[in-house]
Every structure is written in C-alpha cells, then in structure tokens.
Design a protein around this ligand. Structure first.
Ligand code: ZN
Length: 179
C-alpha cells in the first residue's frame, strides 16, 4: 500500500481532477473541492491523523456518486478499505431523492465505524455551507430541511468519536441560531 502521505496526496489529486469544474450547493460558486478538503480535514482532526485511509476516503467520498470513478479503480489505486468506505458513502443515484434520503436514515446505523465518521463530517460541512448571514426564505427553508434530515442520519452514526459528535452538534446550533 502507498505510504500515509502518498495515500492522502494521491486521493486529494484524484478528487481535484475528477470534481474539476463542479460547484457545491450553497455558497455561490464555491468549488466542490472545498467541501472535500473540509471533510478530509475534519476526519484528520477527529482521529488526530491516526487513520490515513479514512482521510483519503474523505477526499474521495463523493467520487463514485458524482464522477466516473469506480470501486475497482479506488481499490486498485488506494486500498480495498478506502474503496469500501467510499462505496458505503455512495447513494444509489437511480433512486428519487426522497428515497435516497430515507435510505440514508435507515442505513446509517449499519455502516462501518469509518463510514459513520465520514457521514458525520459530510453533514457538518453541508450544514456549514447552508448557513448564510442574511438568508432568503428559500435558503432558510433549505437549511431547516437539511439540518432536520442530517440530525436523523447522524443519530445512527454517533458514538464513535466524541469530538466529531460535538462538532456536529455545534454546527446544528449555529444553523438554528442563524435562522
Ligand atoms: Zn459530500
């Protein structure tokens, strides 16, 4: 397997290339890579740098869902564990959004310990991106809707890392305070 530094560096490079030109939801035209950097950094902080595969999977967590990357490619280039962590964080995009959201709630508690941490970091980042200083009605509704759903998903993921759990709770509190 690649060294820890190479694993993370290669993951960041592949994520940057595959998500090139994509913008994230909320925050205007912020590049998608900012979301991936935030998620990877939350995971690195939460585990104090002890799990390179987890941080690499953080960089890559949306590549199968949103780009042409495949499980086989990630397994070959990174590791079997990195590939399965990303697969665990991949929604079935052939399903309608309400069903995808319902499944995330139902499936959360069945995920591996690592995938649960990625899910929490993902929700922290996505809530943060939806907090605006002077929100429109639409932005406000979206934040309320997203945060309520994220809390249900995270309820099934908690307990593995108290710092990440707390950081999620802080994000929810900031979201509510911004309304
Ligand atoms: Zn994500």
């Amino acid at each position: 397997m690649l060294s820890a530094i190479r694993l993370i560096s290669e993951a960041a490079d592949l994520a940057a290339r595959r998500h090139n030109g994509m913008a994230r939801k909320g925050r205007g035209s912020e590049p998608y890579i900012n979301h991936l950097a935030e998620v990877a950094n939350l995971l690195a902080t939460a585990t104090d740098g002890a799990d390179a595969e987890l941080v690499a999977a953080g960089w890559l967590h949306d590549t199968i869902e949103d780009t042409d990357a495949t499980r086989e490619e990630l397994a070959q280039k990174f590791s079997e564990r990195v590939a399965s962590l990303v697969v665990e964080c991949t929604d079935d995009m052939s399903l309608p959004k309400p069903e995808r959201r319902r499944r995330q709630i139902v499936d959360a508690s069945k995920k591996s310990a690592g995938a649960k941490l990625i899910k929490i970091a993902d929700k922290i980042s996505n809530i943060g991106a939806r907090i605006h200083s002077d929100p429109t009605t639409e932005e406000r509704d979206d934040l309320v809707d997203y945060t309520g759903w994220a809390e249900q998903v995270v309820a099934g993921c908690r307990g593995g890392n108290s710092w990440l759990d707390q950081t999620f709770d802080d994000a929810v509190q900031r979201a509510r305070a911004s309304l």
